[in-house]
Design a protein around this ligand. Structure first.
Ligand code: FES
Length: 404
């Protein structure tokens, strides 16, 4: 057995069906997902190196909420709702930027300090005395783990990020992810016209790699392996196929990539993906650390978002390897986008009830099981009436001992 494989066996009698098709195109279910899947679970906002200096900020919109991640003058990274306490204007309109020592609301000019406290309203004599904290920005729960900045809009079933991802900390720690810096100017994003679960379904299994991803298949050969979702996390990995090289980018990548000193032997030629429920992956290669995720914009529209980070002391060879790896990833992502569209279309067809999954797609099933645990209404093959989905789910959650 490959030394990178963890012993997570698959039961013999697992249910091979995926979620029923209706769960991919229900407005009522989407509202429940916004609350229980997205607001109540940790989300990766960025990496600490995206905000290198005091006053650097970044914004992120997610299921109707707006987050502002800001490095204060004391060097601390904090997250706030990007909502002015006066009349709710977006305090910061840009995706990313830098301010000197205060943020000024573009609506009426209230001024906030970089620790989120209110410095003062404009025309202060038109207000009674105001408490700087009470009228300061509302904090969002924030946790920094291995250099990644996580935010959560509301408390939910997950504990801390460090607890959740602890099984990965030793292995991922070899990559020294706190030390990386952005490889590109900005966090990338693109919109795909599918339900977010269709994106995750494709990403959660490698059964399709041999057929659909010629470049990845050339790189990995038969070494690719997916571990299932267990306690909110999963892991996939591959090592370089010794016969890799049918494709130009793969041939040259394998030839030029270096074996970094920081990595122990089995990781020197590996690509590893660490999945985190509900929607995020941290991925590593010998020359990069990256994250990617998907956020639903509506039941049929999804924002794909991510960023690649490099080592500050990157050599010329590592830079070229990173470029070639990016080409392989770019092809893979374009291929995946098409697959997600076809899969998502089928979910609306009367002639397709659900998936029938291979053992190699157990990760899809276990992700769905996590969704079913949070939203038990998804266990119903036949959709309740749209007007009843919320109530049916509330009753089922209650029966399972969860708050409505
Ligand atoms: Fe921000 Fe009025 S909404 S100052």
């Amino acid at each position: 057995m490959n030394e990178l494989v963890r012993d997570l066996s698959i039961p013999n009698d697992w249910d091979r069906r995926g979620l029923p098709g209706w769960t991919y195109h229900s407005d009522a279910l989407f509202e429940l997902e916004k609350q229980h899947i997205f607001r109540e679970h940790w989300q990766i906002a960025c990496h600490i190196s995206d905000l290198p200096n005091p006053g650097n900020y970044l914004t992120l919109d997610l299921v109707g909420e707006r987050a502002l991640i800001l490095r204060g003058q004391d060097g601390e990274i904090r997250a706030f709702h990007n909502i002015c306490k006066h009349r709710g204007s977006r305090l910061v309109a840009d995706d990313k930027g830098a301010c000197r020592n205060a943020l000024v609301c573009p609506f009426h000019g209230w001024v906030y300090n970089l620790d989120g406290t209110l410095r003062g309203p404009s025309r202060p004599n038109t207000f009674p005395p105001m408490d700087k904290v009470e009228f300061g920005l509302t904090r969002l729960e924030t946790e920094i783990w291995m250099g990644f900045v996580f935010i959560r809009f509301e408390k939910g079933p997950q504990g801390s990020v460090a607890e959740l991802l602890k099984p990965f900390s030793d292995e991922l720690g070899h990559y020294q992810p706190e030390s990386v810096v952005p490889a590109n100017d900005a966090i990338w994003s693109q919109i795909s016209e599918v339900n977010w679960k269709s994106v995750r379904d494709v990403d959660n299994e490698g059964y399709h790699v041999a057929m659909a991803h010629p470049a990845l298949q050339d790189l990995y050969g038969s070494t690719y392996y997916d571990e299932p979702f267990v306690n909110g996390i999963c892991r996939s990995f591959a090592t370089f196929n010794p016969h890799a090289g049918r494709r130009w980018s793969v041939r040259n990548y394998v030839k030029i990539t270096e074996e970094p000193q920081r990595l122990p032997e089995p990781l020197k030629k590996a690509w590893i993906y660490y999945g985190m429920f509900p929607n995020a992956v941290i991925a590593v290669t010998p020359e990069t650390v990256q994250f990617y995720q998907e956020f639903p914009l509506s039941k049929g529209r999804t924002l794909l978002r991510g960023a690649v980070y490099r080592y500050p002391e990157e050599t010329r060879r590592q830079r070229i390897a990173r470029y070639l790896a990016m080409r392989i990833d770019r092809d893979t992502q374009a291929e995946d986008v098409q697959l997600t569209i076809w899969s998502n279309e089928a979910m609306a067809s009367k002639n397709f009830s659900s998936f029938y999954l291979s053992d190699l797609e157990y990760g899809v099933r276990t992700h769905h099981d996590h969704l079913r645990a949070v939203l038990p209404v998804m266990t119903l093959d036949k959709a309740p009436h749209e007007s009843e989905i919320t109530e049916v789910n509330r009753a089922m959650r209650k029966a399972n001992g969860l708050a409505g």
